[in-house]
Write a protein that binds this ligand. Structure first.
Ligand SMILES: C[S@@+](CC[C@H](N)C(=O)[O-])C[C@H]1O[C@@H](n2cnc3c(N)ncnc32)[C@H](O)[C@@H]1O
Length: 260
């Protein structure tokens, strides 16, 4: 039932403050997201249930289930990125790996039409509860970024993804980057952050060049690919790179790119 309710929530999305938030730019996407933006397989109830069962022990599902909303305030560059999205007339935004919703909620508050996608059912439930408590509307989708995304080509004006896509083997990350590109409309923007180093002193095993699996702690068993600036630039070669920088004492690589 919860899945069907979520689906209906997505189908009835409406715009917020469309005029106010565009700063004079014409809106890029004049229609609300509706059912034809989703791939048919994403609407099959059984396949969604199987996915929930498979993802039940994903480390981040366990973190959200046991610890609740672990992130509260938006990522440090959030307001700067929001301004860039506003200046570019973005409306539909994919919050890829939305977790417990801190960015989906703040993007909805800023007047965008966000959709949060995550592998964690508990994270998505917290996102929905947070949206509800603030009387905001946004879509939430349970999906694995290592598989084709459940959206049609060119659905989004922007993608926002913080500390998510490095959680996989490199071949799968490359698939996610291709999927990000596919679901972005022409000239759309993407703000993506990835890991630039593991935590100091963390016990890890290298499972392929550049990919490490923590042996202890809440992310035990979850691959982390660590990107150098040179490697990350290479992986983004289908995009125009607007900026790339390493922050948080060398831990996080942030990037803003455009699909040409
Ligand atoms: C470090 S948290 C960041 C959450 C959120 N982006 C934020 O900044 O608050 C990593 C997130 O990536 C999600 N994630 C990890 N692997 C995923 C996958 N294969 N598909 C979709 N989401 C995934 C986790 O469930 C978790 O919400």
């Amino acid at each position: 039932m919860a899945i069907q309710a979520g689906l209906l929530g997505r189908m009835s999305l409406t715009f917020f403050n469309r005029e106010a938030h565009n700063k004079g730019q014409p809106p890029r996407s004049s229609k609300p997201l509706c059912i034809q933006h989703y791939h048919p397989w994403s609407l099959k109830r059984e396949s969604r249930l199987i996915q929930i069962m498979e993802h039940h022990n994903h480390p981040w599902e366990v973190i959200f289930r046991t610890e609740g909303r672990v992130f509260q305030k938006p990522f440090p560059r959030f307001s700067e990125v929001v301004d860039t999205f506003l200046e570019n007339g973005c409306q539909r935004i994919l919050d890829l790996g939305c977790g417990s919703g801190r960015h989906t909620v703040h993007l909805a508050k800023a007047g965008f039409m966000p959709i949060g996608m995550d592998i964690s059912y508990s994270g998505l439930q917290m996102t929905r509860a947070w949206l509800l408590s603030e009387k905001l509307e946004a879509g939430t989708v349970l999906a694995d970024m290592r598989e084709p995304f459940p959206f049609r080509d060119e659905t989004f004006d922007a993608v926002f993804s913080t500390q998510v896509i490095h959680h996989a083997f490199l071949a799968k990350i490359r698939g996610s980057i291709q999927e990000i590109w596919r679901v972005m409309s022409s000239n759309a923007l993407a703000f993506i952050t990835v890991s630039a180093r593991m935590d100091r002193g963390e016990k890890v095993e290298m499972v392929e060049p550049g990919t490490f699996v923590p042996l202890t702690g809440s992310e035990a068993g979850l691959p982390h690919h660590i990107f150098s600036e040179k490697e990350w630039k290479k992986e983004l070669n289908t995009f125009q790179i607007i900026d790339i920088s390493i922050r948080a004492e060398g831990k996080v690589m942030t990037s803003l790119v455009r699909k040409l």
